[in-house]
Design a protein around this ligand. Structure first.
Ligand SMILES: CC(C)(COP(=O)(O)OP(=O)(O)OC[C@H]1O[C@@H](n2cnc3c(N)ncnc32)[C@H](O)[C@@H]1OP(=O)(O)O)[C@@H](O)C(=O)NCCC(=O)NCCS
Length: 330
């Protein structure tokens, strides 16, 4: 079997930092409340005129550079996002143009916070099937543009950013690479976490704007419970499918939504604190971008070496959830 291997990672976070103290001046909240309930201290906000495609392009350039791969060698680009530059065409096509990846085909994948693990699963299947040899997989968001900055229940939680990986076909019999992917969804929870007024059901107009429908809506408390349950089950599913125990995992990189969700999940999966990568305090929830950004930071920070077992688990709107088990290749 030929496995897809990660040969480069990259990320880009916008320069502007919005702290909890800044948000205290915008809505009725406090730094203490936000830190205690979420672990978030600050988040990044894209500059005016800086779009999801720009963040994604910068992250992609860094991943290509690390892999030593030219943009023209890429066969496939998949971008997990819910905040594309336009509803269509795909923001992945804009990234393709920006990079000059003329030999790739490109599409966006809409699975909210699970967008990156879904995209990684598609690209891994593409490589394993032999259809292509090199793929660029991205998670990129400018959530600050769809946040209701008058709603304290949600505006404290999210931020902007982008992460990318390069996937390349390994050799027959290699033991490293993507070992397994397990993806799930359940559409019956749709209205616990969604953006009602940006599709064809409620077109943006004065009336829908008055009802604040173009913005992200979430029943945080309900989402929290299902998130912990789903992240736990899909992480255990990955361990079981690979005949591994929690102790075998070198690094668990979960979707970064809320520190309490990560801690509750890690405890249920029996992972120790030092096995769990957390950067939600710096960036908040950047949806599809959290996992590739965390992976890039962990690798560049010296936390990952060749042969390490890395478990990714994500949960998001849809609901969608999924896990990926990787034997690290670099
Ligand atoms: C949103 C979240 C942080 C709220 O934390 P919580 O402990 O569940 O808090 P609750 O929703 O029960 O709200 C408790 C109180 O805090 C208040 N509150 C909500 N946001 C607040 C804020 N920013 N500042 C101060 N108070 C706030 C609520 O109004 C509520 O007040 P009430 O009891 O008077 O009604 C938490 O539910 C969460 O993280 N949910 C999941 C989010 C997530 O992961 N989403 C994406 C999945 S990918």
């Amino acid at each position: 079997m030929i496995r897809a291997r990660i040969t480069g990672t990259g990320s880009y976070m916008p320069e502007k930092i919005l702290t909890n103290f800044d948000i205290e001046k915008m809505v009725d909240t406090s730094n203490d409340w936000i830190v205690a309930r979420t672990g978030i201290e600050e988040r990044r906000i894209a500059a005016e005129g800086e779009y999801t495609s720009d963040l994604a392009t910068r992250a992609a350039e860094r991943a290509l550079e690390m892999a030593g791969v030219a943009a023209s060698e890429i066969d496939l680009i998949v971008l997990g996002t819910i905040t594309g530059d336009y509803p269509w065409p795909a923001t992945a096509c804009i990234v393709q143009k920006n990079l000059g990846a003329d030999n790739a085909y490109a599409y966006d994948l809409s699975a909210a916070c699970s967008g990156f693990v879904y995209a990684l699963s598609c690209a891994s299947d593409f490589i394993q099937s032999g259809r292509g040899k090199k793929a660029l997989v991205l998670g990129a968001e400018t959530l600050s543009r769809i946040i209701d900055w008058q709603d304290r229940n949600t505006c404290v939680l999210f931020g902007d950013g982008a992460g990318a990986v390069i996937l390349e076909a390994g050799e027959e019999g290699d033991e490293d690479g993507i070992l397994s992917s397990h993806m799930h969804s359940d559409g019956s929870y749709l209205d616990l976490l969604y953006q009602p007024g940006f599709g064809t059901r409620h077109m943006p107009n004065a009336e829908t704007l008055e009802d604040r429908l173009p913005y992200l809506k979430m029943e945080g408390n309900e989402v929290f419970k299902v998130a912990v349950r789903s992240l736990t089950s899909v992480s255990l599913e990955a361990l079981q499918a690979n005949n591994l125990n929690a102790d075998d995992v070198s690094l668990f990189i979960p979707h970064q939504a809320n520190k309490r969700i990560l801690e509750a999940t890690a405890k249920r999966v029996k992972l120790k604190d030092e096995q769990v990568y957390i950067n939600v305090h710096k960036y908040g929830n950047t949806s599809g971008a959290t996992i590739p950004v965390a992976m890039d930071e962990a690798y560049r920070g010296g936390l990952l070496k060749k042969g390490d077992l890395v478990l990714l688990s994500a949960f998001g709107g849809g609901f969608t959830w999924g896990s990926t088990m990787i034997r690290w290749s670099m």
